[in-house]
Write a new protein. Structure first.
Length: 689
């Protein structure tokens, strides 16, 4: 047994108005005792409910088979939009007839139905019911030709946008209830990957009267700019008069006049491609529309009304900025290079490249170059911006901008950042990240820096000044507060380039110190150390340090020369202080007090040293010493350290004769002192170079 039927296949789209081409296909009938259902789905571009050459097939759509409201199973349409459901039980009455429900890929409860089915049975929105199928029969032409109102698409890439929410409201603010539409889900519908949307007004409620103006509102998904597109502008909006759909079919405002009963905004059933210029006839669409019920759907719907959404293009264009110099000074010219690269698969028009330069920097007129060609930017001095306007950026190509900035005289030292970004000239939105180039303004070696020169000399007469015959001291280290170490040359000289950049208004202090450990053996400073000099920008500083070999007088002390537990000398040794003062007056000297401790208390030892130091300094001042006496103290423990427990405060030596047998010799310029009295040795003084 054979069965045959006429089957129409869709391919792309046409609105020629010619008759459908039918291909006769012979296939085997269903197996005896079973029935089969088959059909096809396509985009019915010319509204004749048959699949014509050039119309788009709908692949991957689900077809659910129901019997008595029970889902028996489902199949998917193939790449040609065809489907077949074999092995069904034959129907014998209206009670066991079949129903088919068509579902778009990824459809949810918020997905709008896009068309009325076409068959010899009861047709509804994406549904056919009351299907009878006899034993051994194949029921063909159970088709779904869809008629969306248009596609929501990306205005730059020209691709469909999924996730856009569409609602229809009257221009007076009234929101039609869901029952105003043949498919209630159409009010608040959310687009799928195809971007299709549809509103089937039925004018069944006071909220959706015939002859009213309706506004299509689109809420974009993430990644898109809210509101109507500014790249592809609408023909009508809430602030303009509504476009009259009833007067459109077949008129000059109809993009496809061959379809005399319907109104089309654009000439194609798909969104405009990349080659279609924005705001040309190929991108016409409307938001504000007037519908009436005289002819449905001719006057109640508009078709091919493709609505663009502007994407947020924060990273659509890659941008880099570089400076040819890292360190600059006032008055320097800085070459900058800005490189922009359109990473999208679509060309971008009307892009502004805006360069924001730091305060105090100025653009060098005539230095601007775009791809090697002189192109001057628009300069906004108060805003410190340079703008290259309305640049066209081809897909996956780059453009290079070069310019010169000069560092102004009022710019202070520090880092300065120059920023550049690509901005869409139409939307005002950023089309790229912000690119930065940093330069560091450093002191000018001639105008801003203060150099330091200096010398460390042998101050033989110790008067603090370098006199004739006083040579420099080589190999002496000089240090700054920043840790910079400088070593004097063979003549005792040193030099620091740009040692300090003083405050431009008040100047700054600059400090140098001689590392006395690096002086030749026996030398000590005769001048101020460290030394501070006030620095002024651009002026040189001069430091001189004197050092000389000092005469050292040494005085050794022990516990036995002090009263027990006290800081005063025993009576018999007090006269030796006078001998010490005489020795110090023989010439400029340094007095070194050395205490050799044994078992006495550590605190007592230190108090004795301090007491002797202050006593000698006071006597020197009273005697009118003719130079500044420097007194140094030393402490040595014979046992290697203080005794445990702090020692004996009453530590009086027991030597048999009541005296300390280990006391030092008396003070004397030749290093020898008088013999000690009463069997005890007095505090002594030794002098030497």
């Amino acid at each position: 047994m054979f069965a045959s039927w006429a089957l129409t296949r869709c391919a792309a789209r046409t609105r020629s108005g010619t008759a459908a081409v039918r291909t006769r296909i012979e296939i085997f009938g269903a197996a005896p005792g079973t029935a089969a259902l088959s059909g096809h789905r396509c985009y019915d571009a010319n509204y004749n409910k048959t699949a014509d050459p050039g119309e788009l097939n709908l692949a991957g759509w689900s077809v659910g088979v129901y019997r008595a409201n029970v889902l028996l199973g489902s199949v998917l349409s193939d790449a040609n939009g065809l489907y077949s459901i074999p092995g069904l039980a034959p129907t014998s009455s209206t009670a066991d007839q079949y129903t088919l429900k068509f579902t778009a890929p990824g459809a949810t409860a918020t997905t709008a139905k896009l068309g009325v089915a076409s068959s010899l049975f009861t047709n509804g929105m994406q549904q056919i019911s009351g299907i009878s199928a006899g034993s051994g029969s194949i029921v063909p032409n159970l088709d779904l030709p869809i008629n969306p109102n248009g596609v929501v698409y990306n205005s730059v890439l020209r691709t469909p946008v999924a996730g856009a929410t569409l609602t229809m409201v009257q221009t007076n603010g009234t929101v039609p209830v869901a029952s105003c539409f043949d498919d209630p889900a159409q009010q608040g519908q959310v687009t799928l990957a195809s971007g299709y949307y549809k509103f089937d007004l039925n004018f069944s409620d006071p909220s959706c009267p015939s002859g009213a103006a309706y506004l299509i509102k689109v809420t974009p998904p993430l990644g898109y700019v809210a509101g109507q597109s500014r790249l592809v502008t609408t023909g009508t909006s809430a602030t303009t008069a509504a476009f009259s759909v009833p007067t459109c079919p077949g008129s000059t405002t109809d993009a496809s006049p061959a379809t005399t009963s319907e109104c089309e905004s654009a000439p194609t059933s798909t969104q405009p491609g990349l080659t279609v210029a924005a705001n040309s006839a190929g991108t016409t669409y409307y938001h504000n529309l007037l519908f009436d019920s005289t002819l449905i759907p001719g006057y109640s719907e508009i078709f091919d009304n493709h609505i663009p959404l502007d994407p947020k293009m924060g990273n659509a264009v890659m941008i880099t900025k570089t400076a040819a110099k890292e360190n600059v000074s006032k008055g320097d010219l800085i070459p900058y290079t800005i490189t922009v690269n359109n990473t999208l698969a679509a060309n971008l028009a009307s892009m502004n490249v805006i360069d924001n330069f730091p305060p105090g920097f100025k653009y060098v007129v005539g230095s601007g170059r775009l791809d090697g060609i002189p192109v001057e930017p628009v300069v906004n001095g108060p805003a410190r911006t340079l703008t290259w306007r309305n640049l066209a950026l081809q897909s996956n190509t780059q453009r290079v901008i070069k310019l010169l900035l000069i560092v102004g005289g009022g710019v202070g030292e520090g880092e300065y950042i120059n920023r550049a970004q690509v901005i869409d000239a139409i939307t005002g939105a950023a089309a790229s990240p912000v690119a930065e180039a940093t330069v560091r303004v450093v002191p000018d070696p001639t105008l801003d820096c203060s150099d330091v020169i200096g010398k460390v000399f042998d101050d033989k007469n110790m008067n603090g000044y370098q006199d004739q015959g006083e040579p420099g001291l080589p190999g002496v280290r000089v240090a700054t507060v920043n840790g910079l170490l400088i070593t004097t040359d063979e003549f005792g000289r040193f030099h620091i380039t740009c040692a300090v950049v003083p405050d431009p208004d008040r100047g700054s202090n600059f400090i140098l110190k001689v590392d006395e450990r690096s002086l030749p053996s026996g030398y000590r400073m005769t001048t101020e150390n460290p030394r501070v000099i006030r620095a002024t920008r651009g002026k040189m500083l001069k430091f001189t340090f004197g050092a000389a070999i000092h005469r050292v007088v040494k005085m050794d002390m022990y516990d036995g020369v002090f009263e027990p537990g006290k800081t005063v000398l025993r009576v018999q040794w007090r006269s030796r202080i006078g001998l010490l003062m005489d020795e110090l007056k023989k010439g400029p000297s340094v007095l070194r007090l050395t205490y050799y401790a044994d078992t006495e208390n550590e605190g007592l030892v230190k108090d004795r040293l301090d007491a002797m130091k202050h006593k000698i300094e006071d006597l020197w001042k009273k005697d009118g010493g003719d130079y500044d006496l420097t007194v140094e103290t030393e402490l040595f423990w014979r046992t290697g350290g203080p005794p445990p427990g702090g020692g004996d405060m009453e530590n009086t030596p027991d030597s048999g004769d009541g005296a300390d047998s280990s006391a030092p010799p008396a003070a004397k310029g030749d290093g020898k002192g008088p013999e000690p009295d009463s069997g005890s040795r007095a505090p002594s003084g030794k002098s030497g170079d």
